[in-house]
Design a protein around this ligand. Structure first.
Ligand SMILES: *Cc1c(COP(=O)(O)O)cnc(C)c1O
Length: 232
């Protein structure tokens, strides 16, 4: 087995073990491989090891990889900050966007989603730890944004995404994930139908799965450490 194939196997085993430990069905947790900064050849390798959903954070870099890998049946997810001038490229090239955090961006993605494609699947990114520098809608503003986004014809609002402040303590890691789940449950009580919690990365996925994650976004544990500067 290649390193990527064996890393993928180890990550799948981790996801399964965390789900069982939490009393959940491992089939409820989707593994999203975060390939930002890694070459198309590494994505191809992971694909041949059985991984079909990949996530990117930089539009220019992603477009090159999507073009290079058009012969594969990959489902592409966008998880980076969404700039207004990049919404068309995102709406045309991705199946999912996890990082919608304002109405203007949601409206542009909806308008620019090509009619021949199914609605763009979106999550709202929530600044769950209320960090000053972090993108994401504030928790108290999420309800208004969710209800407005859910009405847009080119989008299907699927759920919430968060990147909490990092912590190495598994107990502390669970708190913001529990808050995100509670927010999702509150929105569903208000009439929305959100089935997705996109939460958990290489260092905190077991905690996220324990709190109900349905998508974990994992890069480093599959592809190795990122070398920033190579992207874009
Ligand atoms: C890069 C990134 C990840 C993957 O993080 P790892 O620690 O490499 O697993 C997940 N989510 C988002 C939003 C990211 O930008």
């Amino acid at each position: 087995m290649t390193t990527i194939a064996s890393n993928l196997q180890a990550v799948r085993n981790m996801v399964t073990a965390a789900a069982i430990e939490a009393g959940r069905n491992p089939g409820e947790v989707m593994l999203l491989a975060v390939s930002k900064t890694f070459a198309a050849g590494m994505v191809r390798e992971a694909y041949h090891a059985g991984q079909t959903c990949f996530a990117e954070s930089y539009v220019q870099e992603a477009l090159g990889k999507i073009a290079a890998l058009q012969d594969l049946e990959i489902e592409w997810h966008y998880i980076g900050p969404v700039q207004s001038n990049k919404t068309r490229a995102i709406a045309e090239n991705f199946a999912w966007v996890h990082s919608v955090d304002r109405l203007k961006v949601a409206e542009r993605l909806s308008e620019q989603r090509p009619a021949h494609l199914p609605p763009l699947q979106v999550c709202l990114q929530v600044n769950i730890s209320r960090e000053k520098t972090k993108s994401g809608v504030l928790p108290n503003e999420a309800s208004a944004l969710a209800h407005a986004t859910a009405k847009l014809p080119g989008l299907t609002l699927r759920g919430l995404m968060a990147v909490p402040a990092p912590s190495n303590d598994p107990v502390a890691q669970r708190r913001p994930f529990a808050q995100l789940r509670k927010l999702r449950d509150d929105l569903n009580r208000q009439g929305l139908e959100l089935d997705t919690l996109s939460m958990g990365m290489s260092h905190d996925s077991p905690a996220a799965i324990a709190e109900g994650a349905t998508i974990v976004r994992i890069g480093t544990a599959i592809f190795g450490a990122r070398n920033y500067g190579a992207e874009k």
